[in-house]
Ligand binder design. Structure first.
Ligand code: HPA
Ligand SMILES: [Zn+2]
Length: 339
């Protein structure tokens, strides 16, 4: 006779570890099925005959080769409904992956440059995020990223276009092609964002050098570094990141697919943890890189031999590094402790 108090049968698989996703580009969750559905809805013809043919294009040699496809496929995102459908599809998957809190990047310039207004993007995403706690049990934040391979003036224009919506936005970020576009290029817009009460994050030390991580810290004043794996080239930088407990949002499957790291088994994640860095594990662009949040946890467990306690530490770190009030943070950390 089954126990009346048990909510799961003894043979049911354990649910995934509760976690926060802190490095997730919403446009990077655009799965082939949704590409085709939105293309049809918007009367757009695609240069791929089938979803499988599109999937075969997902073979990248570096960050730029990925970005070329990432920006091209965004053309199917045109209306508020498209952005809401994209975010809802992500949230449904995230729930299955144990994500309890998601801080979601979006790239407004990639849309406004195609004639899609800022308001369309933000209202569409916000519609999905507004219902996320109730529908998926996931708390959410929005992070607006500037494209670093566009000009500093374009970032400033983008920030001004977003001013009417700043109550929806928690932080600003910096992404796209890194090398040749150091964080210091964006000092002015980050100062405005901080003045407006926003948190600040920036991609740094993915393909770019450790010097870019220093600039993100000292010139932009960021609260977290996205990626940051190249910090391991600079002992003084590691010491600084450890002393200040600056979170790094590391994306293991992304690093392999974009050839930042040759093989997952060679990933510096264990060394980064051993150094005392505040490391989190995230999915970046999961539709392109072969895995969502828990898939990244599973991949590092298998390839790097991380044990259950190390995985729990990564999950606790994700809530420590999140832009949460202290009460909510403590509730989430308790969920990890009880896992
Ligand atoms: O991994 C990334 N790096 C930089 N820019 C990006 N934009 C989407 N994904 C990425
Ligand atoms: Zn990223």
């Amino acid at each position: 006779m089954p126990s009346l108090t048990s909510t799961t049968s003894p043979s049911a698989p354990k649910p995934p570890l509760p976690k926060a996703e802190l490095h997730l580009h919403i446009e990077g969750t655009l799965e082939p099925g949704l590409v085709f559905a939105l293309a049809e809805r918007n009367g757009i013809s695609l240069p791929y005959a089938t979803e499988d043919a599109l999937r075969r294009a997902y073979s990248f040699t570096d960050l730029q080769s990925f970005l070329d496809l990432y920006y091209a496929l965004m053309d199917v995102l045109r209306t508020e409904d498209d952005f809401a459908d994209l975010a809802n599809a992500y949230l449904a998957r995230a729930r299955e992956q144990g994500v309890r809190h998601a801080e979601i990047f979006f790239d407004p310039q990639a849309h406004t440059a195609r004639g899609v207004p800022m308001g369309t993007v933000i209202r569409g995403l916000a519609r999905a995020l507004d219902g996320a706690q109730e529908t998926y049990g996931i708390s959410t934040r929005l992070i607006m990223c500037f494209l670093r391979d566009e000009s500093a003036a374009s970032a400033l224009e983008t920030f001004e276009a977003a001013r009417p919506y700043l109550d929806r936005i928690t932080a600003v970020g910096l992404d796209s092609a890194e090398v040749g576009h150091p964080p210091s290029k964006f000092a002015e817009v980050y100062a405005l964002a901080r003045e407006a009460g926003l948190k600040c994050v920036a991609h740094a030390g993915e393909e770019g050098p450790a010097a870019y991580v220093w600039e993100a810290l000292d010139v932009l004043g960021v609260d977290r570094i996205d990626h940051g794996v190249r910090c391991m080239d600079d002992e003084r930088l590691v010491a600084r990141l450890v002393a200040d407990q600056v979170p790094l949002t590391v994306c293991p499957l992304s690093n392999v697919r974009l050839r930042v790291i040759d093989d997952l088994a060679d990933h510096p994640l264990p060394a980064m943890l051993d150094a005392g860095l505040l490391i989190t594990v995230n999915s970046d662009d999961p539709a392109y890189f072969g895995g969502y949040a828990d898939d990244n946890f599973t991949a590092v467990r298998e390839a790097l031999g991380l044990d259950e306690e190390a995985l729990r530490r990564l999950a606790r770190n994700s809530f420590r590094a999140a832009f949460l009030d202290e009460e909510t943070r403590a509730t989430y950390v308790k969920e990890v402790d009880a896992y």
